[in-house]
Design a protein around this ligand. Structure first.
Ligand code: 6CS
Length: 368
């Protein structure tokens, strides 16, 4: 499986170059160079938006992209066609971001676990014990304009437009032993995404973090280059990581967050009406994708457990507390790396989460 995927990555780069070349040619998305006048007229009527995923078909990002495509195509009445490129078709996460920056593709998912290489401030979403344990709180805070306002200039500086911040479920640690304590993490070679702040999160637990692209994780586990990895359950199932691991430990330490980014140059070139349509569909998908990801993660967990050979371990509150304490110093490292902007982002996020949790608890009390 992995060899095939690695071979596809080679093809990607070639394809990526071709796409970038199209982007540089001055064509607008959907324009075609061949065909007669009829083809030309047709091409001018239909714009093609290329949407790249960091995940394979059947994933949370794929579900999002398909629903986004369905709604945009329906609403644009045939004027827009969306082409979805699953992971392996175009490139690694970092390569997809580069392509969107250059206008080679219009839309891409860009997860902070990789994107923080380029925009360190998004590393806030890889810090542990920052987000709420309640999905509805995270959903509300992550779709809040105040949060977008803080991030948008950072994306814009990198020729990107931030469209959405999408939670994809709780991160789970996989390994050939349960990971209940900091001692269990001692020198444990855990694969992480590539962002430096994520690496710090696992150093703080005493582990030996090993960053690598998503496509290399399965063979890394198979060849014993790493002892374990961390991802949401749906990904552990669809990428077959569980086949190489005996234990899945759930510490509910962080949600996997991705962001939906557009090429800034492309987004700016859209009509006001089209921009509004994109943002409306984005708003409609906040609840929709959250319900999907919850279902995906529950179903995939069951699929893994039904196959046998993998044990599920849930940390107690006391066990979680040790990790929470160990994780706090990494917030200082994040602020050292990101300065005042990072400080403002972290403070705003924590404040908004606190407020939303207090409101939710108030509502619960009113109802009882
Ligand atoms: O671990 C990773 O690298 C990837 N994990 C998921 C669930 N999505 C995309 C990301 O690149």
């Amino acid at each position: 499986m992995n060899r095939a995927r690695t071979a596809r990555i080679g093809m990607i780069l070639l394809f990526a170059l071709l796409l970038s070349a199209c982007g540089d040619s001055g064509q607008t998305p959907g324009e075609q160079t061949n065909g007669g006048e009829e083809d030309q007229a047709q091409a001018e009527e239909t714009a093609t938006w290329r949407f790249a995923l960091e995940e394979v078909e059947g994933s949370v990002q794929d579900a999002y992209a398909r629903e986004f495509k369905r709604r945009i195509e329906e609403r644009s009445d045939g004027a827009i066609e969306i082409e979805i490129y699953p992971y392996g078709a175009l490139g690694t996460s970092s390569q997809l971001t580069e392509m969107a920056q250059g206008g080679g593709i219009e839309l891409t998912f860009a997860s902070p676990g990789h994107l923080a290489d380029l925009i360190p401030e998004v590393g806030v979403f890889t810090l542990h014990f920052v987000l709420s344990e309640h999905n509805e709180v995270n959903r509300e805070v992550l779709s809040d304009d105040a949060i977008y306002t803080l991030f948008q200039p950072l994306y814009n500086d990198q020729d990107l437009q931030l469209l959405d911040i999408v939670p994809e479920g709780w991160m789970v640690w996989s390994g050939n032993k349960p990971l209940r304590t900091l001692d269990d993490f001692e020198d444990f070679r855990i694969r992480t995404m590539t962002s430096p702040i994520l690496v710090e999160s696992y150093r703080a637990y005493g582990a030996n973090p090993t960053p690598m692209p998503y496509s290399e994780v399965y063979s890394g586990l198979q060849l014993g280059q790493i002892d374990g990895q961390v991802n949401p359950i749906f990904a552990i199932e669809e990428m077959s990581f569980y086949e190489e691991q005996d234990y899945l430990t759930s510490g509910r330490h962080a949600q996997f967050i991705s962001t939906l980014a557009a090429s800034r140059q492309w987004f700016d070139s859209l009509s006001e009406q089209q921009q509004t349509m994109v943002l409306e569909v984005r708003d409609e998908l906040v609840d929709w994708i959250d319900e999907e990801q919850i279902q995906f993660n529950e179903e995939r967990r069951q699929i893994i457990l039904d196959q046998g050979g993998t044990e599920w371990v849930e940390l107690t509150d006391e066990e979680r507390e040790a990790f929470r304490e160990a994780s706090m110093g990494v917030r200082d490292t994040y602020i050292e790396q990101t300065g005042e902007t990072g400080q403002e982002i972290l403070d705003t996020l924590l404040k908004r989460i606190g407020q939303a949790e207090a409101e939710m608890e108030g509502e619960d009390e009113d109802e009882s």
